[in-house]
Design a protein. Structure first.
Length: 380
């Protein structure tokens, strides 16, 4: 631990030095099954050879290329991503993180509608920069930084009537995660997202879906919105997009694209060729290794094993694909620490009493067995 690092993180008492697939190793050579995966980033596993090769090759050719110049790898990536997003979502801005995609989405929504009111959801998490933090619900993150961006209302997630009451012809957008991650792994109830789509269509507001955590196969579909066949006006993507290299993408429809002009937005590092090369490799891996299918199959197995696990500690098991939450009857932090130190499995919290599992989508079956044995042990 460095005395020079600002103490913004609660430390786990572990120094990680190496990763391969779903395993990471600490300084003394101990291996851990990694169901944190860089907070859901490592969808293709750590140091996937095809990502490493793409990065090595690109690093020798060109690392930075501002958006004022075109670039062969960036163009190839934009075409590839556009071919995979739902029809109508055809325009992309490349950023460097999840929060940055949310910031861009807020600006684009104001531009496209000429309105400034935003509706977000209770338990929602969208990042920690000022705009994204203003959408984020948890008071612990918000309170020290008041006042935040004005005209943002938080409504209960999943409540269509609350959405109907909140969205009107002064609303620029509603911002929602299809499955709340940080807020406890809570999938949108059936019909909720399509009802939001209808409310937005009626009122002229934009539907912004934050798939920073759920995107790129995590939930068993390439994008979680595919489960519900809902197409937003703006889709926010990040985390697993580039195999661990910082990157984000904001994908919009023509309603946004037609109002955007040079100077409205930008980023020094956004769309740099190094990140694009990694992201291109990730899309190929997702396709060749059928990662959404793997996530679905392994997720069903995992959810089934957890739901039939006999432990008085488990209150509820929720999730889709390999985005799994186990709501416990007690605080999760000491349990996560024991899971790490005694069972060598890394998992993360989602609120005070939910254990969250976000393993690589190509985690081995035996490694998942290990995870189940560890959770059984720690919750016994
Ligand atoms: C749904 C969602 N949106 C946005 C973010 C912010 O992403 P980043 O940490 O890359 O800024 C996160 C991060 O966990 C997230 O889960």
């Amino acid at each position: 631990m460095s005395q020079y690092e600002l103490p913004v993180y609660t430390k786990r008492g572990l120094t990680l030095v190496r990763g391969k697939g779903a395993k990471v190793w600490d300084q003394s050579g101990r291996a851990y099954v990694d169901c944190i995966g860089g907070h859901g980033v490592a969808i293709v596993g750590h140091s996937h050879p095809r990502v490493v090769e793409a990065l090595q090759e690109q690093a020798q050719r060109l690392i930075i290329c501002p958006g004022t110049f075109d670039n062969d790898v960036r163009d190839a990536y934009l075409s590839r991503l556009q071919s995979l997003t739902p029809s109508g979502l055809d325009f992309i801005f490349l950023a460097n993180s999840g929060a940055e995609t949310v910031e861009a989405a807020l600006k684009f929504a104001r531009l496209a509608t000429g309105r400034s009111r935003i509706v977000a959801t209770k338990r929602g998490f969208h990042g920690r920069t000022m705009g994204a933090l203003s959408l984020t619900w948890n008071q612990k993150y918000r309170r020290p930084f008041m006042p935040l961006v004005p005209e943002i209302a938080h409504i209960p997630f999943g409540d269509i009537e609350a959405a109907r009451a909140a969205i009107d012809d002064r609303t620029a957008a509603i911002v929602v995660e299809p499955i709340q991650g940080e807020g406890g792994v809570r999938p949108a109830p059936e019909g909720y997202l399509s009802a939001l789509r209808e409310l937005c269509d009626e009122s002229g507001a934009l539907l912004i879906i934050d798939e920073v955590q759920t995107g790129f196969g995590r939930t068993g579909e390439l994008f979680a919105i595919n489960h519900w066949r809902v197409v937003p006006d703006i889709l926010c993507l990040a985390k697993g997009i580039a195999g661990g290299i910082p990157m984000g993408a904001v994908v919009t429809n023509n309603r946004v694209a037609e109002v955007i002009q040079p100077g409205h937005h930008g980023s020094t590092f956004g769309g740099n060729p190094l990140a694009c090369a990694a992201a291109l490799a990730v899309l190929e891996i997702i396709q060749d290794e059928e990662l959404p299918l793997q996530a679905r199959r392994k997720g069903e197995w995992l959810l089934d094993r957890l739901r039939t696990m006999e432990s008085p500690e488990i209150r509820e098991v929720r999730g889709m694909g390999l985005m799994v939450g186990i709501e416990l009857r007690h605080r999760v932090t000491p349990i996560l620490r024991r899971l790490q130190d005694e069972y060598r499995v890394l998992a993360l919290p989602a609120g005070p009493n939910v254990m969250r599992l976000l393993p690589p989508l190509n985690i081995e079956d035996e490694e998942l067995e290990e995870v189940i044995r560890a959770i059984e042990g720690v919750l016994a």
